[in-house]
Design a binder for this molecule. Structure first.
Ligand code: NAP
Length: 336
């Protein structure tokens, strides 16, 4: 079966996912597009999916009888309503992060999916599909003994003026929040944020760098450095210290040059290049599950836990180094 897919939001990531489905992946076809700006949807249609119909609203797209599954790629604040509408329509839905902009909103989606009785939603936490993280997880699960400590870093070369301190959590560290939980098969119990000396390259509305300290239910201590004005590149680091050894996230493949009495390996500068393959893998998984009328991978529950954890981290940013507890409600059977 070819899954007939509608894409809501044809900005940067919506356009890119449309291209993937139209040109790279198997088993799906783009039949519908919608964007707040109709011209944006028409432009993507003309470029990538000439047979798709453009809808004036996301709700109309979700309701269309020839749309089997939905991709929600619009602005974050609009996700919640569209995902709820997709669940209401019984259609598999891939939702870019965040699932909702508040934990309460994400909880509403959990409740709606539980009431539906089976999984329909995949959240766009693509790092779980990255080959490097998958290799790391295999080693963490079987070769280095019980994990004790994780050292992680998320560095960007620079951020625009609109980037403010809480975005370091909601937009940047949200990926570590999800992937480290998955990597350790664990949940967080507390968060603390400390601020080193600020970089002179950081503008006035962002405290940069910052270090987020998380503790898990199993007692693992995690430090995540978020440094969004690092200048030198887009660099994702993750080291797990276990009882029997250490495991490091592999570096992205790059050609090493030996020249002029030095060894040089280039570092990526654009985040889009770092996880390009994992977007393909996550969406292929979505298409295959949607063909069966279900969803796989990062769940509504994972999106909800990420929202609760993000809120605790943002509270911790303003708490003068205090430890902020993270309490999760009971996990519904659908997500066990
Ligand atoms: P973007 O370029 O601004 O695209 C968002 C598009 O949605 C814009 O064309 C916007 O139109 C449109 N839109 C706004 N409200 C809408 C509505 N109610 N219905 C339909 N369309 C609407 O943003 P983006 O970078 O693609 O990001 C989109 C989402 O993907 C965000 O939630 C972001 O966090 C997420 N994302 C995830 C990753 C990842 O690594 N997983 C990477 C990038 C983005 P206007 O411009 O006219 O408002």
């Amino acid at each position: 079966m070819t899954v007939r897919i509608g894409v809501i939001g044809t900005g940067m990531i919506g356009r890119d996912h449309t291209r993937r489905i139209a040109q790279v992946l198997a088993g799906g076809t783009i039949v519908a597009l919608s964007d707040y700006s109709p011209e944006a949807a028409e432009k993507v249609r003309d470029e990538l999916a000439p047979d798709a119909k453009c809808y004036a609203s996301g709700e109309e797209l979700i309701a269309a009888s020839d749309v089997d599954a939905v991709l929600v790629c619009s602005t974050g604040s609009t996700h919640e309503a569209y995902v709820l509408a997709a669940i209401q329509a019984g259609k598999p839905c891939f939702c870019e992060k965040p699932l909702a902009t508040t934990a309460e909103g994400a909880r509403g989606i959990v409740d709606a999916e539980v009431a539906h009785g089976s999984r329909l939603v995949q959240v766009g936490f693509m790092r779980r599909y990255d080959a490097g993280y998958r290799m790391l997880k295999k080693v963490v699960d079987s070769e280095i003994g019980t994990p004790l400590i994780v050292h992680a870093a998320h560095r960007n070369p620079a951020v625009p003026e609109q980037y403010v301190t809480p975005m370091a959590i909601h937009d940047t560290m949200i990926h570590e929040i999800d992937v480290l939980r998955w990597l350790l098969d664990d949940d967080y119990v507390s968060a603390q944020v400390v601020f080193p000396k600020a970089s002179r390259h950081a503008h006035s509305k962002v405290a940069d760098p910052q270090i987020v300290l998380l503790e898990t239910a199993k007692g693992v201590r995690i430090d995540v450095e978020i440094f969004v004005n690092s200048r030198y590149g887009y660099d994702i680091q993750c080291q797990v210290v276990g009882e029997e050894g250490l495991a490091n996230l592999p570096e992205p493949m790059a050609v090493t040059r030996r020249q002029n009495a030095s060894v040089a390996t280039p570092i990526l500068t654009d985040w889009k290049d770092r996880f390009v393959d994992s977007y393909d893998v996550e969406l292929q998984a979505f298409i295959e599950a949607a063909a069966e009328g279900t969803a796989t991978g990062p769940s509504t529950w994972d999106g909800y836990v990420a929202a609760i954890t993000s809120d605790a981290c943002v509270t911790a940013q303003g708490a003068d180094g205090a430890v902020v507890p993270i309490t999760l409600p009971e996990r519904p059977g659908l997500y066990r």
